[in-house]
Each structure stands twice: as structure tokens, then as C-alpha cells.
Write a protein that binds this ligand. Structure first.
Ligand SMILES: [Zn+2]
Length: 345
């Protein structure tokens, strides 16, 4: 039995030595000291066949072996638990002195930047800023603006018609923000000063300077004794405010059913400086916006007495203005959502 105990001690020492995790160690403990199958207990079963003297000696020897091994297991256990904690700390280590990751913030779209600036300029001149429906009735988009059905000028504003179950009035994706002229006059009466920025639509093949969706800003001022001089003065304040530089402009006659007389306001192309490029179709001039004196029929539709009041209106090409301001050569970039393009602003 003495030999058996010696052998057990040596083998157990080796097992403890080679344990690499707390779990291994637990298995070693069970192997030698387990209540039922533990090897020490199996050896001690032989005690009953020994003499009293031998029992005493072997009992003491067995206790020595057990306490010796338990000490070794305890030691090794502490060592393994320490190593596990070290490994965990190692895996969770981070350098708090490293610079942080910068969060990426979005910013205002160039269309909105210019729109808000324009709104500020107009508000400083006493204009109201209105919003209007993008799905407009045929009446407000055309008829109230002195453009009856079958009027040839509708051809240049071909758009998307939408079936209207509710009534007889056809709905259109508005071709201009001008539909709000009559809506505003009906609601607020005269005198009135409003602008209406917003999205408009055309049935149009897209190229560098045309798209099926773009932005306009309608302007309307109605009061007593309003003349073309007032229109030109407002346009000058506006262009200087938004382009931040002096630009050459020209007014040339233009026909729009809802103004009389009507004009086209052109500016010298800021992209090519008047030399001619794809944006200005090699003319050197860009048609910026149509304008003119509000037609008496339109005032009448708005419920305003044309013999007492007069006014001017303009449909400012917001998208084109943004392209001029930033030197953008392709209108389609503005609605592309391309981050490489947008992050430049
Ligand atoms: Zn040009």
C-alpha cells in the first residue's frame, strides 16, 4: 500500500503540473479525491485487511499524501485563475490616449442653402414665405393663370397628369410655383408680398441643364402703383444678395399668359463668363427667370380689383441659380444624392 500511495503521489503531481485551465484542475481533483471513484479512496479500501499497527501508519501516510496534493492543487488553482484574469485584461485593453473617431455630421444641401438665403433676403423686404401643393389642380396651375385648356403655351410645360377620382378638375404635378399666385391672392387679398419656394416637374428628357424635377421660387407683389421699376429694383437687390457679386443682366421681352408685359431675365453665364459652354448652350447668357406685370385676368381670378391694384410676379429658377452660384455643370448632380458631390458644400 505504501508503494501504491507513492505512485499515486507522483502521478498526481504530474497531472497537476500539466493542468492548463481551472477546469483541468477540477478533473484532477475528482480523479484522485472523488468520493466514489477517487483513486485515493480506492487504495484506502485495502486498509481493512491490514493490522492495527499498519492501519495507523498507512492512515497517516495517506493523510500526508492528501494534504500535500491539496496544497499543490490550491497553488496551481490560484496560478491558473490569475492567468485567466490576465488574459481577459489583455483582450480588453485599450489605449485611452488615442484620438477618438470623429462622428460624421450631415449638412444642408446646396439647394436648401441658397433657398434659405433667398428667404432671408425676401423676408427682410417684407415678403411672406409660403408653401404650396406639389400635386396641383389644373385650375391653379393653368386656368387661373390665364392659360385655358388647349392654349398653345401649355405645350412648353408638358407635365405629368394624375387621375382625380374626387372631382372633374384634373390634377397635375405642378409645372411651376406660379399656381400659388392665385391661391395667395385669394387667401390674403391685396396688398400682398409673397415668395413660394418649391419643387416643380416637367415631362422632359434630362441633360446637363434640364431635369424632370427642379426647384423654383415664385415671387408676387401686388399693391397700388406697382410698376416695372419696382420689379427691376427687387431683382437687383436679390441677385447681389445671392450671387455676392455684380453680374450683367438683361431683360428681353418674353411671353407668358399670366403677365403683361412679360420679360425674360437673363444673366451673363458665370460658368464660362459669357464665352459659351454646355450649361448656357453656348450662348453666353442664361435664362434665369421669367417675370412681368401680373395680367389683369390673374388679378381678377385672385379676387383683386385690377383697376385699383397692379403687381409684378417672377418665377425664379432656384436650381439654375444654385448651379451658377457654385459652378455646377450638370443639373442631375443636385438630385443624385452622391456623397462625393454633396460633401463639397
Ligand atoms: Zn456658359
Amino acid at each position: 500500500m505504501k508503494k501504491e500511495l507513492e505512485k499515486l503521489l507522483q502521478q498526481a503531481k504530474k497531472d497537476i503540473e500539466s493542468a492548463t485551465t481551472p477546469k483541468d484542475l477540477e478533473a484532477v481533483e475528482v480523479k484522485y479525491f472523488g468520493r466514489k471513484e477517487g483513486q485515493l479512496n480506492l487504495i484506502l479500501k485495502g486498509l481493512k485487511d491490514l493490522s492495527a499497527e499498519e492501519k495507523k501508519e498507512m492512515g497517516a501516510k495517506a493523510n500526508d499524501v492528501k494534504s500535500h496534493l491539496q496544497l499543490l492543487i490550491e497553488d496551481k488553482g490560484q496560478h491558473l485563475r490569475g492567468a485567466a484574469i490576465d488574459a481577459k485584461l489583455e483582450s480588453e485593453w485599450l489605449d485611452v490616449t488615442l484620438p477618438g473617431k470623429k462622428p460624421v455630421f450631415g449638412h444642408t444641401h446646396p439647394m436648401s442653402v441658397v433657398q434659405y438665403e433667398l428667404e432671408d433676403i425676401f423676408k427682410s423686404l417684407g415678403f411672406m414665405v409660403l408653401d404650396g401643393p406639389q400635386l396641383e389642380s389644373d385650375y391653379y396651375n393653368f386656368q387661373a393663370l390665364n392659360t385655358p385648356e388647349h392654349h398653345p403655351s401649355r405645350d412648353s410645360q408638358d407635365t405629368f397628369y394624375v387621375k382625380n377620382k374626387a372631382g372633374n378638375d384634373k390634377l397635375v404635378l405642378r409645372t411651376h410655383t406660379s399656381g400659388m399666385q392665385v391661391r395667395a391672392m385669394q387667401k390674403y387679398g391685396a396688398p400682398i408680398k409673397v415668395i413660394v419656394p418649391g419643387r416643380v416637374f416637367r415631362y422632359e428628357a434630362s441633360d446637363a441643364s434640364h431635369d424632370n424635377t427642379f426647384y423654383q421660387m415664385e415671387g408676387l407683389m401686388v399693391d397700388k402703383n406697382i410698376s416695372i421699376a419696382n420689379l427691376i429694383a427687387i431683382m437687383k437687390v436679390l441677385l447681389k444678395g445671392i450671387l455676392k457679386r455684380d453680374v450683367k443682366v438683361r431683360l428681353r421681352p418674353g411671353f407668358f399668359p399670366f403677365v403683361e408685359p412679360g420679360f425674360e431675365l437673363d444673366i451673363n453665364c458665370l460658368i464660362c463668363g459669357g464665352q459659351g459652354c454646355s450649361v448656357c448652350k453656348h450662348r453666353g447668357w442664361l435664362e434665369l427667370w421669367p417675370c412681368g406685370m401680373v395680367h389683369p385676368e390673374v388679378l381678377k381670378a385672385g379676387g383683386i380689383d385690377a383697376s385699383e391694384y397692379s403687381g409684378f410676379a417672377f418665377g425664379l429658377g432656384l436650381t439654375r441659380l444654385v448651379m451658377m452660384r457654385y459652378g455646377i455643370e450638370d443639373i442631375r448632380l443636385l438630385t443624385s444624392g452622391d456623397w462625393r458631390f454633396l460633401k463639397q458644400f
